[in-house]
Write a protein that binds this ligand. Structure first.
Ligand code: DQQ
Length: 573
C-alpha cells in the first residue's frame, strides 16, 4: 500500500552484625491489601509483561537487589487508590526479573521518623552479605529525614520482614546544617572507600540549585555530612532519586561492577531525576574518592547536551549491581499519560519499564541500555523477513504477531544521502520531532515502525529515524510520535525525540520496540537512545492492533533485518 494515500486516509549489624544496637520490629502488616485482584476484562491498557501491581498507584522503584539468588524489588505504592498518597514500600520477588511474586509490604509508617510516609531509598549489601535499606521518612512535622531498616531474619531469602533502627532518623535537616527540610530525600546505595567510610548521597536543592548532599559513616548508623556536596548545579531545581555508580571503561564494557569499585579502568555515572522537568539525566565522569570530587565530562552548564536515560516517559530510576550475572540493571518508573479521571476509572496508575542492562558505550561518552536478556524467554512465534528495499512512500505490514503485545527488531541501511533534508540551525530534537512527525514527508526518512496501528490508520504511534545534513555531517533524529496514537484526545500525546550519536554512513540504524498494550519502549541504534511512550488507542487495541514498517521519505532504504515476536504474558504480582 502506498504510504501517502494511507497517511491521507488517516489524516493520520550493623554493621550491625557486630555492633549491638537494639532493634525495633515493624509491627503491622497490611495483609488484606495484598490480596486484591482487579478485573482485567475491559482493561485494554493493562500491560501483559511490564511490572505493575494488581491495582492502585505505583511510582519509583526502590531498593532493587539480588539476595540469596532472588531478585527483590520494592516500589512506592498507594494501597488505597490510583493516585499518589499513603506511600508504603510494596515488595515483590523474582527469579528472572520477568515473573514476580508479591509479598507483604516491607516498609510502612510505624515510627515517628516515617509516620507521614515511607518515600524512596536504596539497598546496600554490606560485607558479609547483609542487606540494609536507607529510605526517606516523612516525620510528624513533615520534614524529610533518612532512616535505616534491615531484615528481621537474614536466613529468609524472601526478606519478608523488615525492622527499623531505633536510632532513626539517622540524617535530618537542622538549623545548623541548613538543609531544606522539604527537599532532602532519596538516599542512594552506599559505597565503601578504602578508608573504611561508607558514603551515600541524598537529593536536595538550595533555592534553585540542585544538589547531591554527601554523608559518610563508619558503621552505617552514625552519619556525618561531608563538607561539600558530591555535585550541585545552579538552576536545575530539586534532584530526586540520585544514583551514583561505577562503569567499566574497558572491554568487555558490558560487564557490571559493584557500586564500591573504583580504579583507573572505571568511570562514574551520576544520575539525577529533575523534579522540575520529570526527566532522568546522567553525567559521566571521574570520581576521586580521596577527596570525594566527581568531575563530569559534560556538566549541567552545558544543559542542552546533558544526556538522558530515556527521551520519553521514564523517571525516578535506580540501578543495582547483579552479582549473579555480573551486570548493572536499571529499573525505572513509567507514569501514565492519561488523565487522573481515567486512571481512577481504570483503578490503577503507573508501571515499571522492562529492566535494562546498562553499561558505558565504547566511546566512553554515553551509556548503552538494552532490555535484560530474560525478556526474550517471553518471545513466541517469530516472524522473520528477508532483506528488502522499502521504497519511498511504502508501508509494509508485519503479519502473524500479536501486535499489541510484541517485541520487534528492525535494521535499516541507508544510501541516498544526497536526499537528506538540510538542517540550517541546531533545533531542539523533541521540537523537531513534533514539527516533522511521521506524516510529514521527508528525504532520508522518516522510516521506522508504526505500532498500535488501527486498520485504516486512524490511530498509530510512529517510532522512526529521520536523517539530516547538518554542517557537513549527517545528524540522525529518533522520534516517537504519538500525536495520532488515540482518537481519545484527553491524553498527553507529546511527541518525543532525540539526536542519536551514530554515523549512518558506516553503521546500520537499528530499532527495537517492546510493545505492551499501552506502552512502547524503543531502543535506537543498539541501545544508544531510548524513548518510552504511553499511548491509549481506542481502535488499535488487543487483536485489532497492527504493526508496520514504513518509509515516508523520498529515498529508498534497505531493511537488512526485520524480526518480530508475539510476547507471552508474564506472571506479575
Ligand atoms: N517519589 C518519592 C520521593 C521521590 C519521588 C515519593 C520521585 O521520595 O523524590 O513517592 O518520584
Amino acid at each position: 500500500m502506498a504510504i501517502s494515500s494511507i497517511f491521507l486516509l488517516a489524516t493520520f549489624s550493623f554493621i550491625y552484625g557486630n555492633a549491638v544496637l537494639p532493634i525495633e520490629a515493624t509491627h503491622h502488616v497490611y495483609r488484606n491489601l495484598q490480596s486484591l485482584t482487579s478485573d482485567s476484562s475491559n482493561q485494554p491498557y493493562r500491560t501483559a509483561y511490564h511490572f505493575q501491581p494488581p491495582k492502585n498507584w505505583i511510582n519509583d522503584p526502590n531498593g532493587p537487589m539480588r539476595y540469596k539468588g532472588l531478585y527483590h524489588l520494592f516500589y512506592q505504592y498507594n494501597p488505597k487508590g490510583a493516585v499518589w498518597g499513603n506511600i508504603v514500600w510494596a515488595h515483590s520477588i523474582s527469579k528472572d526479573l520477568i515473573n514476580w511474586t508479591p509479598l507483604d509490604h516491607a516498609i510502612f509508617p510505624s515510627q515517628p521518623s516515617d509516620i507521614n510516609g515511607c518515600w524512596s531509598g536504596s539497598a546496600t549489601i554490606l560485607p558479609g552479605g547483609k542487606p540494609v535499606i536507607l529510605y526517606t521518612g516523612i516525620d510528624p512535622m513533615k520534614n524529610q529525614v533518612q532512616n535505616l531498616a534491615y531484615p528481621k531474619n537474614m536466613s529468609d531469602p524472601l526478606l519478608r520482614e523488615w525492622v527499623k533502627s531505633p536510632k532513626n532518623p539517622l540524617m535530618a535537616p537542622t538549623i545548623a546544617n541548613k538543609i531544606n527540610s522539604s527537599s532532602f530525600r532519596d538516599p542512594t546505595t552506599a559505597w565503601l572507600g578504602k578508608d573504611g567510610y561508607w558514603r551515600v548521597i541524598i537529593g536536595s536543592k538550595r533555592n534553585t540549585r540542585g544538589m547531591a548532599i554527601l554523608y559518610k559513616s563508619k558503621d552505617f548508623v552514625n552519619w556525618v555530612q561531608a563538607k561539600h556536596a558530591l555535585l550541585s548545579a545552579q538552576g536545575t531545581g530539586m534532584w530526586e532519586c540520585p544514583d551514583f555508580y561505577p562503569v567499566l571503561n574497558k572491554r568487555p564494557f558490558s560487564i557490571g561492577i559493584d557500586t564500591s569499585m573504583n580504579g583507573d579502568d572505571v568511570m562514574h555515572v551520576l544520575k539525577v531525576s529533575l523534579d522540575d522537568t520529570k526527566h532522568d539525566h546522567y553525567l559521566v565522569g571521574r570520581y576521586n574518592i580521596a577527596n570525594d570530587i566527581f568531575v563530569p565530562y559534560i556538566g549541567f552548564e552545558d544543559n542542552q547536551f546533558v544526556l538522558r536515560y530515556d527521551y520519553g516517559k521514564y523517571y525516578a530510576s535506580k540501578t543495582t549491581f547483579d552479582d549473579g550475572k555480573n551486570r548493572r540493571i536499571l529499573f525505572g518508573w513509567v507514569n501514565e499519560s492519561s488523565s487522573v479521571a481515567d486512571d481512577i476509572n481504570k483503578g490503577w496508575s503507573g508501571i515499571h519499564a522492562i529492566p535494562r542492562a546498562i553499561w558505558l558505550h565504547n566511546s566512553g561518552k554515553q551509556l548503552v541500555q538494552w532490555p535484560i536478556q530474560e525478556i526474550e524467554s517471553l518471545r513466541v512465534n517469530p516472524v522473520n523477513f528477508p532483506t528488502k528495499v522499502l521504497k519511498g512512500g511504502e508501508l509494509l505490514q508485519v503479519p502473524g504477531v500479536t501486535a499489541a503485545q510484541a517485541d520487534v527488531e528492525i535494521s535499516f541501511e541507508v544510501n541516498e544521502f544526497e536526499k537528506a533534508e538540510v538542517l540550517k540551525s541546531w533545533t531542539n530534537p523533541q521540537i523537531l520531532c513534533g514539527k516533522k512527525g511521521a506524516a510529514v514527508k521527508g528525504g532520508l526518512g522518516p522510516f521506522g515502525l508504526l505500532v498500535f496501528a488501527s486498520k485504516g490508520l486512524e490511530e498509530y504511534t510512529a517510532v522512526f529515524f529521520r536523517i539530516f545534513s547538518y554542517q557537513h555531517k549527517y545528524l540522525v533524529l529518533m522520534c516517537s510520535d504519538q500525536s495520532r496514537s488515540s482518537l481519545h484526545k484527553d491524553n498527553d500525546m507529546t511527541t518525543y525525540g532525540t539526536f542519536v550519536d551514530v554515523d549512518p554512513l558506516h553503521e546500520k540504524l537499528s530499532l527495537r520496540s517492546l510493545i505492551d498494550h499501552s506502552v512502547v519502549e524503543s531502543f535506537g541504534t543498539e541501545g544508544r537512545a531510548c524513548i518510552t511512550s504511553r499511548v491509549y488507542p481506542t481502535l488499535a487495541i488487543n487483536d485489532k492492533a497492527q504493526l508496520y514498517a514504513f518509509n515516508n521519505g523520498t529515498a529508498n532504504v534497505k531493511i537488512t533485518r526485520l524480526s518480530a515476536w508475539s510476547m507471552k504474558k508474564a506472571r506479575i504480582n
